[in-house]
Each structure stands twice: as C-alpha cells, then as structure tokens.
Design a protein around this ligand. Structure first.
Ligand code: F0G
Length: 465
C-alpha cells in the first residue's frame, strides 16, 4: 500500500485476495539440482515437480482457485447428459463472450482439434498473428498451412509498441486476395503468446473482422488470455478508459464468428476449455466431432466440477482489481530484471516476462538453443523452471525438414495466477544477478535425442563443444 496525500491507495501489485490454503515448496541443493537436470536429459519438461522451487513453466492450469470456485465444485452435477453444471458453464461463457452456442472441451488444443476437423481441407491456409504451437500443429495435422501476418514490430524485442500482437492488415489483405477460395479461417490470438504475451487492439480486431467479411472468411479469436488483452485495451487504447473489462470483452468477441478457449489460462482453473460459436450451423457441424473426440456435448471431456469451476473463474478473471494486480506483478518482475541489465521483450507482456536469451547469451549460436540453455542454467542456479519459446519450440519445416530459425528466441518466465508473491519475484531477480556473473562460461546445447512431434517436450540434450 502507498500513502498518497494522506490517503492509502493500492499499488498495481496489491492483490485483491488473501491466502487461505498453502502448498509447501522446497529448494533442493545445487548438487541435487545438477543431478536432477542431467537425469532429465537437460530438458526442463522432464524434471519432477518436487525438484523445482519456483515453477514458471506455464500459466496454464497452474492457477490458484478461489473459495467460490471450490464451493461450486462441491455442488457440481455429474450427470452424463443435461447436467445443471453444463447450464451454469454455458450461461457464464455466453455472458462473458456473447456467444450463444458453446461446446465444452478438455483443453484448448481439443477445441483446435474439433474446429480444424470441420474447417480445414488439405492445402487450406489459416492466417493469424503467430499461431501458438499446438494451434499450428493442429493446422499442419489437417494438412493446412499456417501463415503469420503479425506486424513486423512484433519481432523487435526492444521497440515499445502498445499493441505488438496486432495483425498487419495490409499483409492480411494481400494474403486473403492471393488465396481467395482457399482460406479456412483467420485466427487472432489474444494476447499473442508466441510474440511475448503482447495484446491486440480493438481497432485491429475490428478491422481484421471487416476484412474477413469482405472476403467471406470466418474470423475466430484464440481467447486463452482474452481478459488480459481486454485490460491492456482499457489501459492503452483511446475510448476504452471508462469501460469495464466485461464491456470490452463483449465488444471484442462481437467482431468474431467464434472462439477457441483454453480455460486453463484466463478462466483461472486447472483444466478445461470451450469453443464458442455465433451461428448454430457451424456449432451443429462440430457436435459429432465433440462426441467423437471429447464426449457428449453437455460435458465434452470435462467433469461437472470442472464446468462449475470455469463458470465461476471466467467471471473472476475479468475483475479489474484482479487484472491490475496480475499484470502489475508480471510488469514488476520485468522491470526489476531490466534494471539489472537482463534483456527482456518490451513492453512487458500480460502473463509472462520473455527474456531475450539470444541476446543474454550472445556467445551461443542460435543453432545451440541459447534460450533453452538459459532455462537449464536458471534451474541449476536457483531451482526456477522457465521455458524456451524459440528455436527449439519452432521445430523443423514440415516440407524441407530443416530447422526453423525464428527471429525471436526467448525464454519465458510464466507467472501462474494468484500463486506466487512479490518475494518470489525478488528471488527470481536475485537468480539472474548470479547468472549474469557467470554467463560467458555457459555452453550451448545439442540434441542427444530429437523427438519427432512437438520436440521440446520429449527431446534430450548434451552440451555442445
Ligand atoms: N492457444 C494459446 C494462445 C495457448 O497459449 C495455448 C496453451 C493453447 C492455445 C492450447 O491450450 O494447453 O489448454 O491445450 N498454452 C500453454 C502455454 C500450454 O504454456 O503457453 P491447451
């Protein structure tokens, strides 16, 4: 709390909650950490959670639920069909998104699986502002082609820009024109995870929607972090300062034909997702695939208790007080790291601080995965688990099988919702201070085993010479 002119006001990091239940964490010794990461083949995905002190692998499904969510769980209806919990879930999704037709799924990629099964034919193109890795993997699994139309500034870590997740509208129109009759849909990811958790402006979403209408193409939102995107719109885009997050969300979704959602992010739950549709026709086409892959359309791969937790969490996720604290905490970490000279993606994104590993370990060539190497070293130094969003994640070109060398090679410090405190953030900064001192001695990595699909999860490594 800060005292301002005699009045006590909340700073951006003051949480709108207090803690009732805790989980103990333990920092094992450096020797034990070295042994653990060697045993895991120098792949942070293969560590055990009890070997980790602060887990910043993801903000997905790692959130702390509220007492309201837990009590809703106790009242869940576990009927196979027509459960009351589905009605609660569906009403909450419709209230927040405005979409009347809703299919529950077990997580975001299941939504992609169903939607792509209906919409993508071999050779179709799917345009967007950097598709997330599972999104692109599903597109390619259906033999579609993902095309990236994000603005060029998105690839400049240093340049400040309010809406770095925006689509380059000129490029979008060019690609739409060139691929007339061959576009499955356009997908805007809010916020743009692979581009650093950067937001997309309402104006950009509106104009993308207009172009889609002009070319008679469906327009979807990947809404995993929609609430964080809405908070940025409120803070940064003219005309939205006095609107509530709920109003901004409804307006944002109003431009789309539907959305895919990993509820594991902004619905503050541990499992779940959905697809929202404006029109019944497409919803009806997706139902058989939901039954085939997920389950009956009133549970779709989720238990009644999961549906209840989402119903409550979606509304908590759009509380402005919560979002101010949430995004404030991420910003605090980013700014503290910047102060000690760690190169980070600017501005700081919504759910994570993205460290420019390629720049921090500039002596390690991109072919030796500098940001992944940094994640391994951060673990050894401090027991913190971060994740690479870069060359390792990008994988190989499906046609040439050559490694893709993305412009952004980053390491993500992903902050789970309502889980860690300011003191944890300070511990992370201290770890980087120590890493900085010995960074020139750090060696890059090469594959010992390269896993064929989504290779970052299962591959193992050795140190490069
Ligand atoms: N879309 C976006 C933008 C995502 O960030 C994710 C997941 C998905 C779709 C897929 O959702 O995991 O529920 O199947 N992102 C997680 C992450 C895994 O760590 O960023 P899912």
């Amino acid at each position: 709390m800060i005292r301002k002119g005699g009045k006590t006001t909340k700073n951006n990091q003051t949480p709108n909650f207090k803690i009732k239940s805790i989980e103990a964490i333990k920092l094992i010794s450096k020797e034990e950490r070295i042994k653990a990461i060697e045993k895991a083949g120098l792949n942070i995905f293969l560590l055990k959670s009890n070997e980790i002190f602060i887990d910043l692998l993801t903000d997905s499904g790692t959130n702390a639920m509220s007492q309201e969510q837990w009590s809703a769980i106790m009242k869940a209806d576990e009927s196979y069909a027509g459960a009351k919990s589905f009605d609660n879930f569906k009403n909450s999704v419709s209230e927040v998104t405005g979409f009347e037709f809703v299919l529950p799924v077990h997580q975001g990629r299941a939504a992609e699986h169903i939607l792509d099964s209906v919409l993508i034919k071999e050779g179709n193109v799917i345009l967007g502002n950097i598709h997330f890795d599972t999104t692109l993997a599903h597109i390619e699994y259906r033999k579609g082609i993902g095309i990236n139309c994000v603005i060029k500034t998105a690839f400049d870590c240093e340049k400040k820009c309010d809406f770095k997740g925006n689509i380059d509208l000129e490029k979008l129109e060019e690609v739409l024109e060139k691929n007339k009759g061959n576009v499955a849909y356009v997908l805007t990811t809010v916020t743009c995870n692979s581009g650093g958790g950067q937001p997309v402006s309402m104006e950009n979403i509106r104009k993308t929607s207009e172009l889609c209408k002009k070319y008679s193409v469906l327009f979807f939102l990947d809404a995993a972090r929609f609430a964080e995107n809405c908070f940025f719109i409120k803070k940064r885009e003219k005309g939205f300062e006095n609107k509530s997050i709920r109003e901004i969300a409804l307006e944002m979704f109003s431009f789309a034909d539907g959305c895919t959602m990993s509820a594991k992010k902004d619905a503050i739950v541990n499992m779940g997702g959905f697809i929202g549709f404006r029109e019944k026709e497409l919803f009806d086409k997706c139902i058989p695939f939901c039954i085939l892959f997920e389950g009956f359309p009133t549970y779709g791969g989720l238990s009644g208790r999961d549906l209840e937790a989402i119903a409550v969490g979606l509304k908590e996720g759009i509380q402005e007080d919560y979002l101010r604290y949430r995004i404030g905490q991420v910003k605090y970490l980013g700014e503290e790291l910047e102060k000690i000279g760690v190169p980070v993606m600017k501005p700081i994104g919504g759910h994570a601080v993205f460290v420019n590993g390629k720049k921090f370990l500039s002596h390690i060539p991109q072919e030796q995965y500098p940001s992944h190497t940094l994640a391994v070293e951060l673990y050894i130094e401090s027991g913190i688990r971060a994740v690479e969003i870069g060359t390792l994640l990008a994988g190989r070109d499906p046609k040439t099988e050559k490694e893709i060398m993305p412009e952004l090679d980053l390491m993500r410090l992903t902050i789970p919702r309502r889980v860690y405190l300011k003191e944890h953030m300070d511990y992370i900064v201290e770890a980087f201070k120590k890493l900085k001192e010995r960074k020139t001695e750090i060696k890059g990595l090469k594959f010992k085993f390269e896993s064929p699909i989504l290779r970052h999860f299962q591959s193992t490594f050795t140190r490069a010479e």
